[in-house]
Design a protein around this ligand. Structure first.
Ligand SMILES: *[C@@H]1O[C@H](CO)[C@@H](O)[C@H](O)[C@H]1NC(C)=O
Ligand SMILES: *[C@@H]1O[C@H](CO)[C@@H](O)[C@H](O)[C@H]1NC(C)=O
Ligand SMILES: *[C@@H]1O[C@H](CO)[C@@H](O)[C@H](O)[C@H]1NC(C)=O
Ligand SMILES: *[C@@H]1O[C@H](CO)[C@@H](O)[C@H](O)[C@H]1NC(C)=O
Ligand SMILES: *[C@@H]1O[C@H](CO)[C@@H](O)[C@H](O)[C@H]1NC(C)=O
Ligand SMILES: *[C@@H]1O[C@H](CO)[C@@H](O)[C@H](O)[C@H]1NC(C)=O
Ligand SMILES: *[C@@H]1O[C@H](CO)[C@@H](O)[C@H](O)[C@H]1NC(C)=O
Length: 712
């Protein structure tokens, strides 16, 4: 049998012409220890299954192009989750005789049917079963006799009797879930019903599926005895982040703090757009699951309330006649095209907004408030419009193209917020406790002409509060822009959970400057649950990189010299650990929050770099890619992304920073906060340095590991 498998594989390889990859995978931007297909477009991970010592990774794939299209399931295998072999297409887009697409193979999952419940195999030689979304592209009567319409999404299955190498679609009955349950059928849900994740629930002895109704922000839960006949048993949602489509749900158990007698369930799902930064994002809920119903813990669901109780108004645009008026909360002064206009309009019956879309998108200028005293620790506001963040290196110059609400203290921008390229106002907020009792001004800067869309800003009421507004708050699995459609392995031992996400974003995914492939996967991540700051939190750590990494530098300082240190090592493919204690959260003579910065993929002089930093006063870490290399291929690409990270019980902050040829992943603390961001730096920018607020940090430790290529 061993022999015949080898021969069959050899024939398959020969007939499909799979290329040896040893000489490739050296292109500029080709990640060296993250999976990417040799060529062409890839998006979501699918069908992740560990079976007979092999990790299978299937993925949404265009077999013939570098943009989304002809979607099929690509396939790769690994023995260690590090080194991958690309395999022939597993499920290939179906076309009619005229070459027109009939059926795309959208995202889904795979299981080993150990008990042969499906009848596709035998107990001794169990079938693998893949469960996926059929996206039909024509009105058709299928071989099963079922009729479908163009654009319809239904759930189908396929099986493999050769351990996942070749697949047979179950044409006798596909799709096995033709449409959503009657009570959820609408013109929209016929076309938006997708991404089944299936697992065996041993306590109930049945299969469980979570599948999403994207525009209803709802996950449906089904059960089945045999993977063919499915019954809807419960629903979850809407909850938390709901401004985008819900996609790619997953549901899995994890022990809390390693205690197998205290197991919680995690529901993870993608939201696109409406992620934490721009475009796509991944959120989760912690709760319980009784075999049919998922119930989220109360502290993981946030009420869709407005500004926190007890807030006071800074500005609510109640006067619509003039910016400078005795009935406006503040007096505002306009410059540029905004001189002499009244950009305040009634948004709805109860509130007014300031909208810089005035005589069109092309107008530019600034609208600045009179000075006021920062009276509370937080400022909250509703904001919408263009995503063009404040950029310190262009601010105030003719090349400034921001659309931002800026808070300025002593003439310096100390906080900034921008829109999400939508017209829907959403709450954002700032921690301004560092500037309590100081004099500040607000500036609405619109220097964007709208040549690339959404060149204006919309600002609703602005409040002083004692906490951040909770609307749209979510538990983000990753606070960066590039971790989407995350999925986890079936078939691992016990409670082991390894996840991977598509390291890209629908907001610019088709524009990234890689060639001849597009998109990498994130690093494989081990998931667990830990109690952090008295809350049960998803914690992530990179799956074992030890076999491919070696320490090339480490150093400790009791106190750091000066404000800057160049490391005597360089590299493009790294695993860096940086840890420090905080001495003070602000150095008033330095006039900034105390900040520690690690520059990677940096030019020698530090003028071009990806900056990973920690702001001690806001207790946030960040990744700034505004000056990381090629950022101009899409207007929404450059940006700075931040996430809360509270120092540990000993007051220590730890950042683990993975750097690859076009990707940065930062794991804060134990991994309770993560930021993933693609970067496209110049090949020769390999320097590493630290830059920091003088006197603010002590007991600083850095360790740099070189990570070897998995493609050699
Ligand atoms: C899909 O495949 C056909 C060839 O079968 C090709 O002509 C077409 O350009 C492909 N579409 C995309 C978007 O790649
Ligand atoms: C697996 O299922 C098929 C179809 O029901 C059946 O013919 C076969 O005997 C089963 N094998 C075992 C070992 O259960
Ligand atoms: C497909 O079916 C739908 C619904 O019956 C109908 O509205 C549409 O015109 C059909 N499209 C084609 C191309 O026949
Ligand atoms: C705004 O400015 C005008 C003109 O200088 C002044 O009369 C008015 O009192 C100011 N309003 C406030 C709220 O300060
Ligand atoms: C700001 O001023 C108030 C009132 O004078 C005072 O109670 C508070 O401690 C001050 N806050 C800071 C951070 O100085
Ligand atoms: C680094 O990148 C910048 C910008 O692309 C480039 O000008 C510079 O030559 C590169 N190399 C070094 C060693 O700084
Ligand atoms: C604050 O920063 C200045 C430089 O901006 C530095 O000279 C001074 O030593 C720092 N203060 C402390 C307490 O370290």
């Amino acid at each position: 049998m061993f022999y015949s498998t080898i021969i069959r594989k050899a024939i398959l390889f020969a007939s499909l012409g799979v290329l040896c990859v040893a000489e490739t995978y050296q292109e500029q931007y080709r990640d060296q220890y993250h999976f990417s297909p040799e060529k062409n477009w890839m998006n979501d991970p699918n069908g992740m299954l560990y079976h007979k010592g092999v990790y299978h990774l299937y993925f949404q794939y265009n077999p013939g192009g570098m943009t989304w299209g002809n979607i099929s399931w690509g396939h790769a295998t690994s023995n260690d989750l590090l080194h991958w072999t690309e395999q022939p297409i597993a499920l290939e887009v179906r076309k009619d005789a005229g070459g027109n697409v009939q059926e795309y193979f959208y995202s889904g999952s795979a299981v080993v049917d150990t008990e042969n419940t499906s009848g596709f195999g035998t107990r001794g030689h169990p079938p693998l079963v893949a469960i996926y979304t059929s996206h039909y592209a024509q009105n058709m009567t299928l071989p099963s006799g079922k009729t479908v319409v163009s654009g319809q999404e239904s759930q189908s299955i396929a099986y493999s009797l050769d351990d996942g190498m070749t697949w047979t679609t179950y044409d006798a009955q596909n799709p096995v879930i033709h449409e959503p349950p009657t009570e959820y059928i609408t013109a929209d849900t016929i076309q938006n019903f997708r991404d089944p994740f299936v697992f065996w629930e041993d306590s109930q002895k049945h299969w469980t599926m979570v599948v999403s109704l994207p525009n209803d922000h709802m996950v449906l839960i089904y059960t089945s005895p045999n993977l063919k006949d499915w019954t809807k048993v419960s629903t979850f949602g809407p909850a938390n982040a709901i401004s985008g489509q819900w996609e790619c749900p997953g549901l899995f158990p994890l022990p809390v703090d390693g205690d197998k007698n205290n197991v919680k369930w995690v529901l993870q799902l993608g939201s696109n757009p409406g992620g934490p930064t721009i475009g796509s994002g991944t959120q989760y809920f912690v709760g319980s699951f009784d075999g049919t119903t998922f119930t989220a813990d109360a502290d993981t669901v946030y009420a869709a309330v407005g500004g926190p109780a007890g807030s006071s108004v800074v500005e609510d645009w109640q006067d619509t006649s003039s910016l400078a008026s005795s009935t406006a909360a503040l007096n505002w002064t306009a410059t540029g095209d905004f001189v002499g206009i009244t950009p305040v309009t009634g948004e709805d019956k109860v509130s007014n907004v300031l909208d810089t879309y005035f005589h069109g998108d092309s107008n530019t200028g600034a609208i600045t408030s009179e000075a006021f005293v920062i009276a509370k620790s937080f400022m909250n506001f509703r904001i919408a419009g263009g995503y063009h963040p404040y950029n310190p290196s262009t601010y105030g110059t003719p090349s400034d193209t921001e659309t931002s609400l800026n808070l300025k203290v002593n003439g310096k921008v100390v906080r900034s917020a921008t829109g999400q390229n939508t017209g829907t106002l959403a709450w954002q907020g700032w921690d301004v406790s560092n500037f309590a009792n100081q004099t500040a001004v607000l500036e609405i800067a619109d220097f964007n002409t709208g040549a690339t869309g959404w060149g204006h800003l919309i600002v609703g009421e602005i409040l002083f509060s004692e906490s951040l507004a909770e609307e749209q708050k979510a538990n983000w699995v990753d606070h960066g822009p590039d971790y989407y459609a995350a999925a986890t392995y079936n078939g691992l031992d016990g409670y082991d959970r390894v996840a991977v996400g598509w390291a890209n974003n629908w907001a610019y995914g088709s524009d990234i400057p890689t060639n001849p492939w597009r998109s990498s996967m994130s690093v494989m991540r081990k998931y667990s649950l830990a109690t952090i700051d008295s809350k049960i939190t998803l914690v992530q750590e990179p799956y074992n990189l030890a076999p491919i990494s070696s320490t090339c530098y480490d150093k400790k300082w009791d106190t750091l010299p000066g404000s800057q240190f160049d490391l005597p090592v360089t590299g493009k493919s790294l695993d860096v650990t940086l840890a420090f204690d905080i001495v003070s959260t602000i150095n008033s003579s330095a006039q900034e929050d105390s900040t520690m910065r690690l520059l990677v993929r940096s030019s020698k002089d530090g003028s071009h770099a990806t900056v990973i930093g920690y702001d001690a006063s806001t207790q946030q870490f960040f990744v700034d890619r505004t000056n990381s290399g090629d950022v101009n291929f899409a207007p929404v690409f450059p940006g700075t992304y931040s996430a809360a990270l509270i120092p540990d019980a000993h007051g220590r902050v730890t950042l683990r920073v993975l750097v690859d040829w076009s990707l940065v992943e930062v794991f804060g603390g134990q991994g309770e906060s993560v930021i993933t961001a693609q970067i496209f730096p110049s090949d020769d920018n390999e320097s590493i340095s630290l830059s920091y607020t003088p006197g603010a940090f002590k007991n600083v430790y850095i360790k740099v590991k070189d990570v070897a290529s998995v493609w050699k």
